[in-house]
Design a protein around this ligand. Sequence first.
Ligand SMILES: O=C[C@H](O)COP(=O)(O)O
Length: 530
Amino acid sequence: MPVTTTAIPEALQITQEIHQKTYLVNGELRKWEGETTPVISTISSTEEYAPTTLGSIPDMGEPEALEALDAALSAYDQGQGVWPTMKVKDRVECMEAFVKRMEQKREEVVKLLMWEIGKSEPDSYKEFDRTVEYIYDTIEDYKQLDRDAAKFQKHDGVYAHIRRGPLGVVLCLGPYNYPLNETFALLIPAIIMGNTTIFKPAKHGVLLITPLLEAFRSSFPKGVVNILFGRGRAVAAPIMKTGKVDVLALIGNSKSANALQEQHPKSNRLRLVLGLEAKNPAIVLPDADLDLTINECISGTLSFNGQRCTALKVLYVHEDIKDEFLKRFSEKVDSLKFGNPWEKGVNLTPLPEPGKPAYIQELLDDAQTKGAKIKNKKGGKHFDNYIWPAVLYPVTKDMRVYEEEQFGPVIPVLSFKDIEEPLSDMAESNYGQQVSLFGKDVYTLSPLIDSLANLVCRVNLNSSCQRGPDVYPFTGRKDSAQSTLSVHDALRSFSIRTFVAFKDNELNTNTIEQLMEAKVSNFLSTDYIL
Ligand SMILES: O=C[C@H](O)COP(=O)(O)O
């Protein structure tokens, strides 16, 4: 699939900056002179299919990792550094400066989102804009948190002024599918709460961070944000081994999270903020509106080729409607349009992981050997770095596609007679993020909603699963998450409640008045106290 003539020069122009191979440590943009790793897009820039080299990233190791850690530790300085002690309004000003600078990089970042991870143009703009909105919402929520903190409590003659304070040094690792939105949903609340951070982008969706390095450098005091490149093993592991990280913030898979957690010698002191795998099911009841259900299941399973933790990854369809559902759903899958991300109206785009089509093929082979059929005509066809979405039926529990989080274009379908079947599968599952429930009869839906809400954290009624809007709680039960990542909840995940208490006596009345008058600390002298 050839690219449009304008797309190549624009993308390569952006990579000029990337070729400078800069990284951010201790408030300095440093030039990397060591080994590098090429960043290769699976999108072809030639008529004959061939992956495109977009640039390269520094291949950093232990020395750089420890240098970044030292910078973050010094900036935090056991809670006494400039950043953790800074007044709320000053920290807000830094974050506002950052987001304004970030907005100026919209076009560059969006182009790299398309080239690096194959995200469609509308979805790439959406990811950028959503991230900016997330930052503005975080700022507003942080200010509200401070206004709420202004309210003194009094119980049994003891006053308390309770605030939220930082936790220390946060190691932040984001995923490739939302390299901006998901990563910044960790990084931004961690920073604004007064923590200092070390951030390493994922393997794919990494170059797009480089246009933002200067915005980070110029907006925050030195050492508050440190950005490294390289493999997780080489960069994140040495940092964890020191035992000096207070929070591991990661969106990705539990294997990486566990491996890093195990490196930490005092893991009982480590706070985990984790968004992990999911296997969200759709349950289609016999009275479901099939037009709506099929549309929602198409976007739920195949939006961004199914590479979303919130994607629908298994469909349970009632026996009475399964034939009609499978026929219409399969036709719809085959009618989707594949193309490069910037082409109008494309639904399916190149997969950024070179090994993904082969993995999907393994799942198809395994399922077919065990009795499943591919129901759509184009299902499983290979071209370039792509494999056409396959609708698999009947899927059984001994198949890999039932067990594994496929994170790609393959759709396992099971039929059921009794609602207890999907409910008991969900109860046995290691995951518990979300479910989609399709049906109309309120007397059937109502008790089901209650049951499902105890198995997952979000029940989507006649709608596909999704994270957003980002003000809603984003979390999961069992192996799907640790902590909650809405705008509101994330501020709490990256902080701890601390407070000043004082008995109601004459000395304190005078002291408190003077402290409030002096307005020198965040405690007792908050700008919001009347
Ligand atoms: O990969 C997980 C993302 O949080 C999904 O977000 P989304 O549901 O908005 O696509």
